[in-house]
Design a protein around this ligand. Structure first.
Ligand code: BES
Ligand code: MN
Ligand code: MN
Length: 482
């Protein structure tokens, strides 16, 4: 077996070459890979190619796999998936790791709220512990994928084997933020290749604080819908027609208002049927984490009185262990400046549900749509769209791989990672569990105030450093398992 001391050399390389690592990340962040926006198709592909190049430089075999229908230019209608392989040392006996990440980012709007342009990354607070890189994708997820890319590079530069001798498959997606439309088909097509993997590692979640590293052992599921209520066949004068016929805006908000009962539970019949309650031990362990609820509310401009949600559950229990319904957007009729009296021809809402084990996204979507049908106002009709989603997952915490990840983070951060869950969703994890039986270790290094999906997204250099070092150590720990 190769000398384990190589990890120290790789870590020394990371320390000595951090400026270059950060510069590479900034190059990647300059590519506006907004997967959902057709205007950024070429930029999104460029970001995929960039990642492929970095993987090749680290000694891996990398290729771009087209998704969707492939046209005459050889490009698919979907965004490409970057696949790469490191064969592992001949004497490697540890698990074959599938590292997943996404190179697409959320749109940058509202652009006027950014201190500096979203795709012109800057370093702020230079020299302070809060030193950070500010740009769209800095944390979600380019910055976190880059920790792994640089860990691979470090092994290579330090003269070690490719990926430290660990058998690794890398899969980087370009549609995570837009519903992973082509991923399911891709995973099925690549079943043989992906089926050789034993465990998934994803760096796309957060920690409990700057000095409180964590492993996330579960994320929630999601089902995302868009519904439009159609009324009169054209916009009407509200003086002539108000109060005489159904106003789609009025009707839509009246119906959506019935979505929660007075205990703030979702009122759709059967919604809670498949919900697995958190165990008493789990709830006790969460409480032990001592999360400062008032501080987190303060961070978003609220006082402690804003701790509002489903009756009978704490704020943390509601985020990690309970399903919810959210209206993400609602529009119809006149939304311009000043006043215009009008009854709109239709009204739309984007409604999503966060789900927990063992709720099925398709079943929840169907139940919601049926619930709407029962409430269709006289003379009106619905159009309904499913924007996708995925199952929630919970990872067993007693596996060799998870213990190796825990030791790796402890070695890199000087503190044992705590076990947490997340209210967010990472649909690929549920897909890989369902299709291939793979469990996922979420090894993320974000902070609660990183403003992911918001203006001024940032990733702190200390987090980047901890993540890159943890990934170097992870490869070492996995190598030792053999
Ligand atoms: N990285 C996030 C998920 C996340 C956010 C995990 C915060 C933990 C903490 C991911 O990129 C994301 O934004 N997922 C979407 C779902 C997707 C289908 C659009 C989400 O959770 O809304
Ligand atoms: Mn993400
Ligand atoms: Mn995201």
């Amino acid at each position: 077996m190769a000398p384990i001391g190589n990890a120290d050399k790789a870590l020394a390389w990371l320390d000595a070459n951090e400026a270059g690592s950060i510069e590479r990340l900034m190059d990647w962040l300059r590519m506006p890979s907004v997967g959902t926006d057709p205007e950024h198709r070429a930029d999104t592909r460029r970001a995929a190619e960039w990642a492929g190049e970095r993987l090749r430089e680290a000694g891996l075999e990398a290729e771009l796999c087209e998704t969707g229908d492939v046209g005459p230019d050889g490009h698919g209608t979907g965004h490409p998936i970057v696949m790469a392989e490191a064969p592992g040392s001949p004497d490697y006996r540890g698990p074959h790791v599938l590292f997943y990440g996404h190179y697409d980012v959320q749109p940058s709007d509202p652009d006027e709220l950014w201190r500096s342009p979203a795709f012109e990354p800057v370093i702020e607070d230079a020299g302070k512990p809060s030193e950070r890189i500010v740009a769209r994708g800095a944390c979600d997820d380019k910055g976190q994928v880059h920790m792994f890319l640089e860990a691979l590079r470090a092994w290579r530069e330090a003269g070690g084997e490719v990926a430290g001798g660990v058998r690794v498959t890398v899969m980087l997606e370009g549609e995570e933020e837009s519903g992973s439309v082509h991923l399911e088909r891709f995973v099925r097509e690549q079943r043989e290749r992906l089926g050789r993997c034993d465990v998934v590692v994803i760096s796309d979640t957060g920690m409990l604080g700057r000095d409180r590293p964590a492993i996330t052992y579960g994320v929630r599921g999601l089902t995302y819908t868009e519904i439009t209520l159609h009324g009169p066949d054209h916009d009407l004068h509200s003086g002539m027609w108000g109060g005489k016929i159904p106003n789609p805006n009025n009707e839509l908000v009246r119906i959506l208002g019935q979505l929660w009962d007075d205990k703030r539970r979702v009122a759709i019949p059967g919604f809670y049927d498949d919900v697995r309650e958190a165990t008493a031990e789990e709830r006790a362990a969460w409480k032990q984490l001592g999360i400062d609820k008032a501080a987190s509310l303060r961070g978003i401009g609220f006082g402690p009185e804003a701790d509002v949600g489903e009756a009978g559950y704490s704020m943390l229990e509601r985020e990690w262990g309970r399903p919810t319904a959210e209206v993400n957007g609602i529009f119809g009729g006149y939304t311009g400046a000043g006043a215009k009296t009008v009854i709109p021809t239709h009204a739309t809402a984007k409604v999503s549900f966060r789900l927990v084990a063992d709720q099925d996204p398709a079943k929840i979507r169907d139940a919601f749509f049926a619930w709407l049908d029962e409430r269709t106002p006289p003379g009106c009709r619905w159009t309904k769209t499913d924007h996708g989603g995925g199952h929630g997952v919970t990872t067993p915490v007693d596996s060799d791989a998870l213990r190796a990840a825990s030791r790796a983070i402890e070695a890199a951060a000087g503190r044992k990672p705590e076990l947490i869950k997340s209210g967010g969703s990472i649909p690929v994890a549920g897909l890989l569990k369902a299709e291939l039986g793979l469990d996922t270790i979420f090894m993320g290094f974000g902070l609660d105030d990183d403003r992911v999906h918001s203006p001024n997204e940032k990733f702190e250099l200390a987090c980047f450093r901890m993540g890159a070092r943890s990934h170097v150590r992870l490869l070492e720990e996995l190598r030792k398992l053999g």
